[in-house]
Design a protein around this ligand. Structure first.
Ligand SMILES: Cc1ncc(COP(=O)(O)O)c(C=O)c1O
Ligand SMILES: N[C@@H](CCOP(=O)(O)O)C(=O)O
Length: 467
């Protein structure tokens, strides 16, 4: 399988190169040249498979043959062996036709583990074969960072630098990033918000001198492998509920648009998905965009669902590419306008296509807290604030006869204060994480300044130039 950049000015690459590149050299994001297709019979055949077995079937078409079936299976088994639930990503029924898909049974209690555990293992496999090393730079609003630090801790062929917004992540999220004892992982608290962190990462990729000097790689959802691994749970959830013989809709708490884009990808691969519903918190740029056709950034506000406090939603570029009929010139124009003025207008035909596939809604702070409380009272289910955002939107937009799966992207114990304030229950951290709240922290505070962050990375990276 080959991959093209959404801006069409970077080389077309195979899977292993895309995996190591992260962002394309033209600033775009890689997508497959064509979507692999699964027939109804092939989807039906996923019934009864374990999560790992299904992951192999769904991801195999994307991955070069030079990674053998046996190696891929062993990478997948190792990845999902770290999950603390037999089903890996179980479904819980919370209403007559409402199901919560729990994606937080991995080591760091967030959905990021599903892709990150796989990414670390497959990257290590490719690097080992090639005899190469990489320096990974990642931006996080709280969960990607912890997941990456856990998955790559001690990796021999990767140094990892994670930038998080100083004082804007939950205490549990921060400590998952700052208490690792591994010397190849580094947490940087950036004086700014998540969008500043993500802009720093993208600027590093676009600084080709720096990129080549340190062998830069990325583990944010700019990396296609993250999206690919996230398509799997759309298949397993839908199949458990009767797909392909029944259409399933999904509501997804959304920030960087990676998770819901994985749902869109699953649909393009043949999974009968009804609606894909974008749920945002008060940072509702995506809900406004769907309503008005204009993507317009505003100041970001801090919420009880900090991982979604995002304005520049990087995977929206992938959707734009698809919705414009893969018109890279149109994508480049929109992205240039976003850079220059903080906004762009979606071409009319593309907007229509987006509205055919997606709906969107928002939940403010009060609505999110009320949803946590009401869900607990009605079904005994304790949701984290990100999940509650999606539950609120799913219930508001539900249509008669629709079977709705709401993605639960984090364990409530990652956000104990918000959950306790809303429900009166203080969710305990699982035993294996208890120590992090008292362990010594190690992180560096830096201003949101490209040169200063690059210098810091160069000083601490063990990766030498690829040239
Ligand atoms: C707990 C949680 N929920 C939802 C999201 C939003 O997901 P995405 O950025 O893929 O839209 C994130 C961050 O990515 C998250 O950490
Ligand atoms: N919400 C994310 C932000 C980064 O998203 P990613 O999916 O692109 O890695 C986080 O928790 O870090």
């Amino acid at each position: 399988m080959q991959f093209v950049s959404t801006r069409a000015e970077a080389p077309v690459l195979g899977f292993s190169d895309v995996l190591l590149q992260g962002l394309a050299r033209d600033g775009g994001l890689y997508v497959p040249t064509e979507w692999p297709q699964f027939s109804p019979e092939e989807i039906r055949a996923l019934r009864g498979l374990s999560y790992a077995e299904a992951a192999f079937v769904i991801m195999r078409p994307f991955i070069d043959e030079d990674i053998s079936d046996a190696d891929l299976k062993s990478i997948i088994d190792g990845s999902y062996g770290t999950f603390r639930h037999q089903a890996t990503c179980p479904l819980v029924q919370t209403g007559p036709s409402e199901f919560v898909l729990e994606l937080f049974h991995g080591p760091t209690l967030a959905f990021k583990d599903v892709a990150m555990q796989f990414l670390a293992r497959i990257m290590d496999h490719v690097l080992e074969k090639r005899g190469e090393r990489v320096t990974i730079a990642g931006a996080t609003s709280g969960d990607t960072g912890g997941a990456a630090i856990d998955a790559f801790a001690g990796a021999k062929r990767a140094d990892v630098f994670i930038m998080f917004p100083h004082n804007r992540v939950s205490p549990v999220q921060q400590r998952q990033m700052t208490t690792s004892k591994a010397d190849n992982v580094h947490a940087i608290a950036v004086e700014g918000n998540f969008d500043d962190c993500q802009a720093l990462v993208k600027s590093m990729f676009n600084d080709h001198g720096f990129r080549d000097q340190i062998g830069l790689s990325g583990v944010n959802s700019i990396n296609w492998a993250r999206i690919m691994a996230q398509t799997v749970y759309y298949f397993t959830a839908a199949v458990s509920l009767g797909a392909p013989d029944r259409e399933i809709s999904f509501t997804v708490p959304t920030g960087n648009f990676g998770d819901i884009f994985a749902g869109y990808a699953a649909k393009r691969m043949g999974l009968p998905i009804g609606r894909l519903i974008i749920a945002t918190n008060s940072n509702d740029i995506l809900a406004r965009t769907l309503a008005t056709g204009r993507y317009e950034t505003r100041g970001v506000v801090a919420t009880m669902s900090p991982s979604m406090d995002i304005q520049v939603s990087s995977n929206f570029e992938r959707l734009l590419f698809e919705a414009t009929g893969r018109d890279a010139a149109e994508v480049r124009a929109c992205m240039e306008s976003l850079k220059q003025s903080g906004s762009f207008t979606i071409p009319e035909a593309a907007l229509e296509r987006i509205r055919e596939e997606f709906a969107a809604g928002r939940a403010d702070e009060e609505e999110t807290a009320r949803t946590i409380r009401e869900t607990l009272e009605a079904s005994g289910y304790l949701a984290d604030p990100h999940t509650a955002t999606a539950l609120k939107v799913a219930r508001e937009l539900a249509q008669p006869g629709e079977t709705m799966v709401v993605l639960s992207t984090a364990h409530p114990a990652k956000f104990p204060q918000a959950v306790e304030d809303a429900s009166g229950i203080n969710p305990a951290l699982p035993a294996w994480l208890e120590g992090i709240m008292t362990a010594e922290e190690r992180f560096t505070v830096l201003p949101s300044d490209l040169k200063m962050v690059e210098d810091h990375i160069i000083r601490h990276s063990r990766t030498e130039s690829r040239e």
